[in-house]
Design a protein around this ligand. Structure first.
Ligand code: AP5
Ligand code: MG
Ligand code: ZN
Length: 217
């Protein structure tokens, strides 16, 4: 089962991806997580990516595409994968199409999680992430018991650098200009499912499962 999660920044891709990857037993491939890890460990990739991420800009296609191709060729993606945050430009979508053809794989479904702009801003600015286990919270929608520490591992909770309000606004502009056109692209490919993302996490998950199951039957 090969899936893509589309959706604006803060729409709940990461939240749903955790559940979907368990449900279907497929690896969750998040380009944002890959870059954040590289930034944390201070690799060359991390140093390059940080410059773009901190401004809310996209990392250049040639960097991202190489990483995803390599990741899709790993053994654990042999029977399926869940892409979160890739593709994000038309060029990335074309590159993915070529790579899938080369690997003789087909996309099962592209899930677009739809959430309005005000809600997106609230979700991103209220998000907190554990520095140790990376668990994601929201100060209002999924609050930790103590606002500074992780319930799961007692690690410190921080705000992502790109979740500060000015960067959030830039990310939304970039999303509209560069990523939104992918909705039409995948609609034409006949694989798009639009899901109402302004429901609680469980109901969004149920709707995604229903959409995907419709694809098997
Ligand atoms: P990336 O990490 O992919 O960030 P993003 O797409 O901006 O998305 P987010 O991770 O912010 O949101 P999400 O949809 O995962 O929401 P979440 O589930 O956390 O990318 C970061 C950067 O890396 C980019 O800006 C770019 O620089 C670079 N990059 C990455 N991929 C790239 C690519 N392909 N090309 C070029 N550059 C790339 O939820 C958000 C919050 O809401 C959480 O607090 C959560 O608890 C809460 N929440 C979730 N669901 C619900 C719900 N149903 N109800 C209430 N609250 C909810
Ligand atoms: Mg995410
Ligand atoms: Zn933790």
């Amino acid at each position: 089962m090969n899936l893509i999660l589309l959706g604006a920044p803060g729409s709940g891709k990461g939240t749903q991806a955790l559940r979907l990857s368990k449900e279907f037993n497929i690896p969750h491939i998040s380009t944002g997580d890959i870059f954040r890890e590289a930034v944390l460990t201070g690799t060359d990739l991390g140093k390059k990516a940080k410059v773009f991420m901190d401004k809310g800009k996209l990392v250049p296609d040639e960097i991202v595409v190489g990483i995803v191709k390599e990741r899709l060729e790993k053994l654990d993606a042999k029977d399926g994968f869940l892409l979160d945050g890739f593709p994000r430009t038309i060029l990335q979508a074309f590159a993915l199409k070529d790579e899938l053809a080369k690997l003789d794989k087909k996309l099962k479904a592209v899930i677009d999680i739809e959430v309005g702009e005000q809600e997106l801003i609230g979700r991103m600015t209220g998000r907190r992430v554990c520095v140790d286990c990376k668990k994601v919270y929201h100060l209002i929608f999924e609050p930790p018991e103590n606002q500074d520490y992780c319930d799961a591992c007692s690690g410190r909770l921080i705000q992502r650098e790109d979740d500060k309000i000015d960067t959030v606004r830039n990310r939304l502009v970039i999303y509209t200009e560069q990523t939104k056109p992918l909705i039409d692209y995948y609609k034409k490919e006949g694989v798009l499912h639009s899901i109402n993302g302004e429901q609680d996490v469980e109901n969004v998950f149920k709707d995604i499962i229903t959409a995907i199951k419709g694809e098997y039957e």
